[in-house]
Ligand binder design. Structure first.
Ligand code: CP
Ligand code: NVA
Length: 301
């Protein structure tokens, strides 16, 4: 049976650690110039209805370095932009391709593609979830810390797609996660209803409350793709949640700063924090490539 990666909930803790082991192997072998051929003779389409630097490039490279072919399908160049249904598109693409990586607005659209496709479908970000990001983020914490046991992750800012996916994977991995977001911008209720280990999740509106116990301080943009019209309003509402010198003055020594990128420097984070020794944002971005190779390996093997 085909395997999809739509919400992150498809994976067990054991699956995630298998993917982490593969990620380590793929990262080490790339340094030696060694590539695998798991996707030999396979073509995977990449449908992007929103911009992307990291996700698109890392998937394109991952597919090609696994011996496959990546076919980029910009959303405005295919007939869905003129009203062709997802069902018809998925049924037709199933006759040509061996997989789809999709970035779009509605989560339901990615799930609809998965429903009608005969191949694996991977969620490359929707308005409510970004599971590939969270998978890489926990790998990066694991790589840096050596273990996820006892780690406390603090997400500050908009309770958006990245935050929701960090919560879902924390629940599977048994990681403590604390969230500080303003009223009205907290994580999705639908996502919170999926959380089984409620004792591992704490949510508050106070940006300072969780800082002293955080091993990882994570933030993301206050204005996600699709929210641009609210930029000014959001800038005012979120100002207190900026990760800056004042906030981190209360943090533990050796905390890690993470951000999925792209960062809006001077908004959710100041230069002195994102450029500090505590920041691992470029390692995190690099790992998207290695971790997505491992995910593809897991889905196709
Ligand atoms: N973090 C992330 O998904 O970046 P892109 O939007 O550049 O893909
Ligand atoms: N929350 C951001 C993530 C970008 C990778 C957005 O959806 O725009």
């Amino acid at each position: 049976m085909k395997k999809d990666f739509l919400k992150g909930t498809e994976l067990t803790e054991g699956d995630i650690y298998k993917i982490f082991d593969l990620t380590k192997k793929y990262k080490a072998s790339r340094k030696k110039g060694l590539f695998a051929s798991i996707l030999k003779n396979k073509t995977i389409g990449l449908i992007f209805n929103k911009p992307s630097t990291r996700t698109r490039i890392s998937f394109q490279l991952a597919i090609e370095e696994l011996g496959g072919r990546a076919l980029y399908l910009s959303g405005d160049t295919i007939q869905t932009s003129r009203g062709e249904t997802v069902k018809d598109t998925a049924c037709v693409l199933s006759r040509y391709l061996d997989g789809l990586v999709i970035r779009t607005y509605k989560q339901e659209e990615v799930e609809e593609y998965a429903r009608w496709s005969t191949f694996p479908v991977i969620n490359a970000l929707t308005d409510i979830l970004h599971p590939c990001q969270a998978l890489t983020d926990y790998f990066t914490m694991y790589e840096v810390k050596g273990t996820l046991e006892g780690i406390k992750v603090f997400y500050i800012g908009d309770g958006n797609n990245v935050c929701n996916s960090l919560i879902i994977l924390a629940d599977i991995l048994g990681v403590n996660i604390m969230v500080a977001s303003p009223e009205g911008y907290q994580p999705s209720k639908e996502v919170l209803s999926l959380v089984k280990n409620k004792e591992l999740l704490k949510i508050d509106t106070d940006p300072f409350k969780f800082i002293p116990e955080a091993d990882v301080i994570y933030t993301d943009t206050w204005v996600s793709m699709g929210d641009e019209k609210e930029a000014d309003k959001r800038r005012d509402i979120f100002q207190r949640y900026q990760v800056n010198e004042k906030l981190i003055s209360q943090a533990k020594d050796g905390f890690l700063f993470m951000h999925c990128l792209p960062a809006h420097r001077g908004w959710e984070v100041t230069d002195d924090v994102i450029d500090s020794q505590n920041s691992i944002v470029y390692q995190q971005a690099e790992n998207r490539l290695h971790c997505q190779k491992a995910l593809l390996h897991f889905l196709y093997k």
